[in-house]
Design a protein around this ligand. Structure first.
Ligand code: 6PG
Length: 237
């Protein structure tokens, strides 16, 4: 995988750099900016920064549509919930209209949740099939696990072969059931932005970027731009 490697000195600088980048993009676009957020721990610093007055008062929240790339199938107030983490770090502190925030549902069965989210995405997109010239998202943020997973595209799971559905339930491979966007949905983005920090990611990042690892993140074929927002430690520096 190629893409642009954008290295910042440390996690705080990385969060500031990505916050500025996102702010610029959102302000430059007259209409809605559809963003798929990643979960886990890395985005917390970015979300906390966007919640500070300096960013919160400049971001055009009413023009953002927030979606999630994946979710743990737990209640939204559960400590493992990606939506819950984003709510606490960001959404509770900024004036984004509730109708602009689209959490992955975690009621009913995992299959029902995945189907429900796919319906919501298709409705927002306004078509049943993804058109390469009209991406589903403006920005898709992704993290990278040390086993090479991204979103909940987990090594060895059937979801890696799913090329029709936009959202799928992943019943194995993690302590909790996951709901994840599939490759077609994640790849349908004007920009895919990996956000990666820490020395623990240096080896997998190098393997993924030089094509030396057949892991889920390395199979991603973004239709648009690919940017690796990393700190120096993750870049091996
Ligand atoms: C999740 C994420 C997952 C994450 C990576 C990196 O739900 O856990 O979507 O794909 O991005 O595991 O996680 P960290 O940022 O915690 O290292």
């Amino acid at each position: 995988m190629t893409g642009k490697l954008d290295i910042q000195p440390d996690p705080a600088a990385l969060a500031r750099h990505v916050a500025d980048w996102l702010l610029d993009r959102a302000m430059a676009k007259a209409g809605k900016t559809a963003i798929a957020l990643s979960g886990g721990s890395t985005p917390k610093a970015l979300f906390a920064l966007l919640a500070t007055p300096d960013y919160a008062r400049r971001m055009p929240w009413e023009r953002l549509e927030l979606w999630w790339g994946d979710e743990r199938f737990v209640p939204h107030d559960h400590p493992e919930s990606n939506y819950g983490m984003t709510r606490a770090a960001l959404l509770d502190h900024v004036p984004i209209p509730a109708g602009n925030v689209h959490p992955i549902p975690t009621g009913g069965t995992p299959e029902e949740a995945a189907q429900g989210y796919e319906r919501a995405l298709r409705q927002a997109y306004g078509a049943e099939a993804l058109d390469p010239s009209r991406p589903l998202f403006d920005v898709t943020f992704l993290g990278l696990g040390e086993d090479g997973h991204t979103a909940s595209l987990i090594p060895g799971q059937p979801v890696l072969n799913e090329r029709t559905k936009w959202v799928a339930a992943v019943g194995q491979g993690r302590p909790e059931v996951r709901i994840t966007l599939t490759y077609p949905a994640l790849e349908s983005s004007a920009v895919v932005a990996f956000l990666i920090a820490g020395a623990g990611k240096a080896q997998i990042l190098a393997q993924v970027r030089d094509g030396g690892a057949d892991v889920p993140a390395a199979r991603l074929r973004p239709q648009g731009e690919l940017i690796w927002f990393v700190d120096r430690a993750a870049a091996g520096g």
